[in-house]
Design a protein around this ligand. Structure first.
Ligand SMILES: N[C@@H](Cc1ccccc1)C(=O)O
Length: 501
């Protein structure tokens, strides 16, 4: 019998008595595991071996699991501190034990919720007792953490419990093994010689005619191969493109403008009083370089100052609070893209505009927020406005209903709100597809005369700022914005997720 070299090598390395895993055959033959798998399937087709499959679970400690492996489980650390405080004799105030236990932040809750469950003691109206008979040395979960760290197997129930606590992750893997059949053994006894199978057809073989005489290796389309993970457009970018398509389809044109802008365009033009709390460094990022913007339209600057000081219209009233040109010329990272809307509505960006007009942008904004599951220091805002003769709240709601329905989001809800620059104003809410929680997805309204009159706009303008990340939360169902942004991003999610159309 003749066999390609790689098949012969695998056949010779396999045994009739027990299955040999592909990895072992690979090191015995010096071939790559993929090559061995390919050869094994070819041999199986010839009836010379059988290929069996087993699923094995590789268990690995998470970062948190790793930490508790080193420092001890929080509930055990709590128990040991409680013993030290004599809580096995008489219950001790919980505050006292917690203070001494050196548990940080979330570990306190973790310790408390596992303490009683695992029989370390009781917690009753602020007092903590320790069970003198409990023995951390027999704690199955602690023992399992040690076992996993040492690469030893652990009990299935404990594994599940620790998985639920996010202390370990399990990766399932398929292992293929090869066993010689009787025919395989007979063939080996009878003697097999190797044919040199050619893996690749070359121009030289074509030219020389050699191709006609050689044996080509079969393709094995079932062979295990690495999954190449190539570069991919980020889902947020792709969704921004999708939003752009939808809004262009609804007749909107795109706005552009600077990320760092004068306070004038970001705040003053929007009738945001200069002493408004949102204008402090607690909320916005100021640039020290350049410290001021020179080029602002003088006449507009004057009209905006007057709106702030005296209001507009016959019965208008201003803020009667300090206003300085120096502050208006200060430079900030924009906290919203409504700065772009101001540039366009004023005629500064593309000249004076006659109604009807529709404009939008999907751009980054920057806020000095506290990072959490729904807040980042920078995010994408879907800004937009419609300028027309007679606009009402119905037009606003209708536009959102149409926009969100293109993403399969049907139940957008509205809540009256306050913005210094719009009246009436509405916040928009959507329902999270997984948690059912109602989350804020945007803010909107009709610009006030104090905004429009200085800009020289004589008709109505309705406008909004929607959060792209929140839209993505509703369409994709993730709960933490940090899954898609920043260092904690879930790479598998980003690799595998698709934009919803
Ligand atoms: N600028 C508002 C959104 C908005 C824009 C235009 C009008 C009304 C509201 C925000 O960032 O929340």
């Amino acid at each position: 019998m003749e066999l390609p070299q790689r098949e012969l090598a695998v056949l010779e390395a396999a045994s009739a008595d027990e299955p040999t895993p592909v990895a072992e055959l690979a090191s015995a033959t010096g071939e790559k595991p993929e090559t061995v798998t390919g050869a094994a399937f070819d041999l199986e087709e010839r009836g010379l071996v059988t290929v069996s499959e087993d699923t094995v679970a590789d268990v690995e400690l998470t970062e948190e699991g790793e930490r508790y492996h080193r420092m001890g489980l929080p509930e055990i650390r709590l128990y040991e501190t409680a013993l030290g405080a004599g809580a096995d004799e008489e219950s001790v105030s919980m505050g006292e034990v917690l203070g001494a236990a050196d548990l940080d932040g979330p570990e306190v809750d973790i310790a408390l919720s596992n303490y009683a469950r695992k029989g370390y003691g009781e917690i009753e109206s602020g007092d903590l007792s320790a069970n003198p008979d409990a023995d951390p040395d027999t704690d199955e979960e602690a023992a399992a953490l040690d076992a996993v760290a040492d690469g030893e197997p652990i009990d299935e129930d404990v594994r599940e419990a620790l998985e639920r606590r996010d202390l370990l992750v399990v990766h399932e893997r398929t292992i293929r093994s090869v066993t010689l059949t009787d025919d395989g053994v007979d063939a080996l006894m009878a003697g097999i010689s190797a044919t040199e199978a050619v893996g690749q057809l070359t121009p030289e073989m074509l030219a020389s005619g050699e191709w006609a005489d050689v044996a080509f290796a079969d393709y094995n389309v079932e062979a295990d191969a690495e999954t190449p993970s190539s570069g991919k457009e980020h889902v947020l970018r792709a969704t921004a493109e999708r939003v752009t398509d939808v809004l262009v389809g609804m007749g909107f044109e795109e706005m552009e403008g600077p990320h760092a802008d004068s306070e004038f365009w970001i705040n003053d033009a929007l009738f945001m009083p200069q002493d408004h709390p949102a204008r402090t460094h607690w909320d916005q990022f100021a640039l020290s370089e350049p410290s001021a913007v020179d080029e602002l339209p003088d006449d507009l600057l004057e009209r905006v100052e007057s709106a702030h000081r005296e209001g507009v219209g016959d019965d208008g009233d201003g803020y009667h609070s300090p206003w300085t040109e120096e502050m208006a010329r200060g430079v900030d990272l924009r906290g919203h893209t409504t700065s772009l809307s101001m540039r366009y509505l004023s005629g500064e960006a593309v000249g004076d505009l006659e109604p009807p007009q529709r404009y939008f942008s999907v751009e980054k904004v920057y806020r000095n927020d506290t990072l959490d599951a729904t807040h980042l220091l920078e995010f994408f805002q879907i800004e937009g406005w419609v300028m027309a003769e007679d606009l009402s709240v119905r037009d606003l709601m209708g536009t959102f209903t149409e926009f969100y329905s293109q993403f399969g989001i049907e139940n957008v809800r509205f809540k009256p709100h306050y913005n210094p620059y719009t009246e009436p104003s509405f916040e928009l809410f959507g329902t999270h597809p997984r948690t059912g929680e109602v989350i804020e997805i945007g803010n909107s309204g009709l610009f006030r005369p104090e905004v429009l009159e200085p800009l020289g706009v004589e008709c109505d303008v309705m406008a909004w700022g929607l959060a792209l990340e929140r839209l993505l939360m509703l369409t994709h169902g993730f709960e933490d914005i940090r899954d898609v942004h920043g260092t904690l991003a879930d790479i598998d999610f980003l690799r595998n997720t698709e934009v919803v159309y």
